[in-house]
Design a protein around this ligand. Structure first.
Ligand code: NI
Length: 249
C-alpha cells in the first residue's frame, strides 16, 4: 500500500490497524555514465514497494532529494543544504505524527544523507523535550536504515560483484534500477574499467578526482537479473527489520 496512491479515507482506516510507515529517502545525483540520476531514491523506493506489497504495510512518498553538493559538478544533480533537509524531514515527520503515525522508518539509499537524517531526528526529539509536551502527546519514534545494510544484502552484493562493486555508482545499485526500469538500461564503455577511489570534498574537486562520476566501481557489470535478486532479498529483510521496529519500545 502506497500513501500517494491511497485516499485519505484509506489512510484513516490504515491508522486504525497500524501506527507505522516506511518512508524511502534518497538523492537525485549523478551515478556515473550508465547509472540513473534517481538511483539513490529509486533503490529504496523499489525495495520498499515490493516489501510493502508483500507484507501489507504503508509506504510513504519518496523523499527524493538529499545531500549531493559534491555531485553538483555533473548535470542533473539536485542538492539540499543540510539545514534545508533537516527542516523538511522535521515537517514530514510532524505532518505524519499529527495524523497518528508514531513509528516512522526512514529507508535510505544515499550514504551522504546519514548524518543529516540523524541530525533531523535530534531536532524532532529536542522539540518534544524542550517544549515538555512529551508527557501528554503520543511519542514519535524515528529510525534510519540503509538498504545495503539490511541483513544478508551486503553479502549478496559482494557475492554477485566480487570485483568492482565500489562505493559510488555501484554495480549493485545500478542493477537494482535496471531490474525495476529496464527501458532505462544504458550500455556505456568506461575507462578505466574500475574507477579510482579517494576523499569526497567539494564539487569541483570531485569532478577532478572522479572524472566520470564513479568511485571505485565497475557498474558495466550491472544486469537486471542480478538487480532482481537484490530486490527480492532486500524486500524480505526490510519486512523483517520493519516488523522488529514496530515491536520495539
Ligand atoms: Ni548511490
Amino acid at each position: 500500500m502506497q500513501l500517494h496512491q491511497s485516499s485519505w479515507i484509506e489512510v484513516d482506516a490504515y491508522l486504525k490497524t497500524s501506527k507505522g510507515i516506511v518512508v524511502p529517502i534518497g538523492s537525485t545525483e549523478q551515478h556515473g555514465p550508465n547509472g540513473l540520476l534517481g538511483t539513490d531514491a529509486l533503490c529504496p523506493e523499489v525495495i520498499a514497494k515490493r516489501a510493502g506489497d508483500e507484507a501489507g504495510f504503508l509506504v510513504g512518498p519518496t523523499f527524493n532529494v538529499g545531500q549531493a553538493q559534491h555531485h553538483l559538478g555533473f548535470a542533473g544533480t539536485i542538492s539540499l543544504r543540510p539545514s534545508t533537509m533537516i527542516a523538511a524531514i522535521y515537517d514530514w515527520t510532524a505532518s505524519l505524527h499529527r495524523h497518528g503515525f508514531e513509528k516512522i522508518y526512514w529507508f535510505n539509499g544515499h550514504g551522504g544523507n546519514i548524518a543529516t537524517i540523524t541530525a533531523a531526528f535530534s531536532e524532532i526529539y529536542a522539540d518534544v523535550s524542550l517544549k515538555r509536551t512529551g508527557a501528554n502527546a503520543a511519542p514519535v519514534r524515528c529510525t534510519l536504515r540503509n538498504w545495503w545494510e539490511l541483513s544478508g544484502v551486503g553479502e549478496l552484493c559482494r557475492e554477485l560483484f566480487p570485483v568492482g562493486e565500489g562505493s559510488h555508482a555501484t554495480a549493485s545499485e545500478v542493477s537494482v534500477t535496471y531490474a525495476a526500469f529496464p527501458d532505462a538500461i544504458k550500455r556505456v564503455e568506461m575507462s578505466p574499467k574500475i574507477a579510482p577511489t579517494g576523499p569526497i570534498l567539494d564539487a569541483d574537486d570531485y569532478r577532478r578526482r572522479f572524472p566520470d562520476g564513479r568511485i571505485g566501481s565497475d557498474p558495466s557489470q550491472a544486469t537486471p537479473e542480478k538487480g532482481e535478486r537484490i530486490i527480492a532479498a532486500a524486500a524480505r529483510a526490510l519486512a523483517a527489520d520493519y516488523e522488529r521496529f514496530l515491536a520495539s519500545a
